[in-house]
Design a protein around this ligand. Structure first.
Ligand code: ADP
Ligand code: MG
Ligand code: ZN
Length: 477
């Protein structure tokens, strides 16, 4: 039997607001434990939550960017469960009336066709705190700084069929959040977290199989690997005549396996009910339109513009738009030197290569846009060859000097003077009568040998184009 997998993802994105969702405490990461707390986020008796308007604004932004329908009236609900880092005994979330539903995003996994993934719903909720377990004593510590930090939960339809599609969906979703500037997308710090739901079914079947939910996924790679593992595990279970059980599983990145964590609770277990402390949330069309008007250019729009305006291959545009800062870097260079494809090649090749090895992001690139544009101008003008350019680029990254200075200091200027090259060519041809004879007998490949000799004599500084022209002329005469 041929199986296909069915995948749906739940993403929790931490919103970049200054203060928490229902109180004025700071959301800043890394403060000493329990210093960002107040009676509201500590769940003291007699306090009342007050909704942070920025949280709503940011969620509307995301809802618009993902083509969702925004509810003119939505509700907050209590999700009841006890957890030591959730002092109220319930989490304020949204349940039966979320702020946004029925959206989609279009993704283009590398080398595959465009695909539309449905967004079931987007809702707002508060985060829980953080527990640290003492490795030796039977003691746990609780830090309530994160309690009440705003989260947006984005639930996808079970439209995803392959692990790579899940990766592409998550990358795209994160890019949108970053373009909107509402979430920093840092997976390691937990500001962008994903739970992956997966089941398998015989290809062509109408009904879905039983799903497992995988938690603890803090990188795109882990999501893809965990899903690959789960597909195999579930297929084997079914092949053995067993059944997949609905449960929550944990990904173990060291052993590359998932393990059972707990049985999956059902929604009714949480005894959801509308939070009596918070009024229904009413959003005016006027506010929505105002936000829509001010949305920035989104990743897919930017990509299309790069393909049409700069005539870049879609594959290249996809890389450039993967982060807003990278796209801005590219465009700033193009402002200085009007050769988009050349800029694109240098950004995607040497620059990304350098950032990768130095484990840096584009924001702290050792080569800024003016430096790179300066270098490319000198290559365009023929002052140095592309190959020498790479040497200059590396030096630029190390020293921070401009291309011009490096070229002067190292005497790297390219020799393009026809008369100079003619003299060198004449010398080389007279020294190698045998090869000249071979050329005349039709063995044109020896041109490579002559070019090599010229480069040797000029220490690689001769302009390859001029060398070729001069050589051809000399050999044909
Ligand atoms: P819960 O909080 O109980 O996990 P949600 O509705 O928040 O429920 O999320 C369910 C997720 O699981 C959605 O992304 C949905 O697309 C996905 N899903 C539902 N049924 C299946 C299934 N049979 N196989 C794979 N994914 C599924
Ligand atoms: Mg879930
Ligand atoms: Zn507080």
């Amino acid at each position: 039997m041929v199986f296909e997998s069915v995948i749906g993802l739940e993403v929790h994105a931490q919103l970049k607001t200054e203060s928490k969702i229902f109180c004025g405490c700071s959301t800043r990461f890394g403060a000493p434990p329990n210093t960002h707390t107040c009676p509201v986020c500590l769940g003291m008796p007699g306090v009342l939550p007050v909704l942070n308007k920025k949280v709503v604004e940011y969620t509307i932004k995301m809802a618009l960017a993902t083509n969702c329908r925004i509810a003119s009236e939505s509700r907050f609900a209590r999700k009841n469960y006890f957890y030591p880092d959730l002092p109220k005994g319930y989490q304020i979330s949204q349940y039966e009336l979320p702020i946004a539903q029925s959206g989609y995003i279009d993704i283009e996994p590398e080398g595959k066709e465009k695909k539309r993934i449905g967004i079931t719903r987007i809702h707002m909720e508060e985060d829980a705190g953080k527990l640290t377990h003492d490795p030796i004593r039977p003691v746990s510590f609780v830090d309530y700084n994160r309690t009440g930090v705003p989260l947006m939960e984005i639930v996808s339809e079970p439209d995803i069929r392959f692990p790579e599609e899940a990766g592409a969906y998550l990358r795209h979703l994160r890019a949108i959040l970053q373009y909107l500037d509402i979430c920093d997308g840092n997976m390691e710090e937990g500001s962008f977290r994903c739970d992956a739901n997966i089941s398998i079914r015989p290809r062509g079947a109408e009904v879905f199989g039983t799903r497992a939910e995988i938690k603890n996924l803090n990188s795109f790679k882990h999501v893809e690997k965990a899903l690959e593992y789960e597909i195999i595990r579930q297929k084997e279970l079914i092949a053995d005549g067993d059944q997949v059980i609905q449960e929550t599983r944990l990904w173990d990145p060291d052993k590359n396996i998932t393990t059972s964590m707990r049985g999956k609770e059902e929604a009714h277990d949480y005894r959801y009910f509308p939070d009596p402390d918070l009024l229904p949330l009413v959003i005016s069309d006027h506010w929505i339109e105002d936000i829509r008007k001010n949305l920035p250019e989104l990743p897919n729009e930017k990509k299309e513009r790069f393909v049409t305006d700069y005539r870049l291959p879609a594959i290249d545009a996809e890389v450039l738009i993967s982060s807003r800062e990278l796209a801005d870097y590219f465009e700033a260079c193009v402002q200085n030197i009007n050769n988009p494809k050349q800029v694109c090649n240098w950004v995607m090749g040497p620059l990304l290569g350098l950032l990768n090895t130095e484990n840096k992001t584009i924001e702290d690139s050792p080569v800024d846009t003016e430096q790179l544009a300066g270098l490319l101008k000198l290559i365009d003008e023929g002052v140095i060859s592309g190959k020498m350019g790479k040497t200059v680029f590396d030096e630029m990254a190390k020293t921070g000097k401009s291309a011009k200075t490096i070229i002067e200091e190292k005497g790297l200027v390219q020799v393009s003077d026809v008369a100079v090259i003619e003299a060198i060519v004449a010398e080389i041809l007279s020294e190698a009568p045998q090869q000249v004879e071979q050329y005349k007998n039709g063995k044109t490949k020896v041109v490579g040998f002559f070019v090599g000799q010229v480069m040797k004599k000029t220490k690689g500084k001769a302009n390859p184009q001029v060398v070729n022209d001069v050589l051809k002329k000399a050999l044909e005469s």
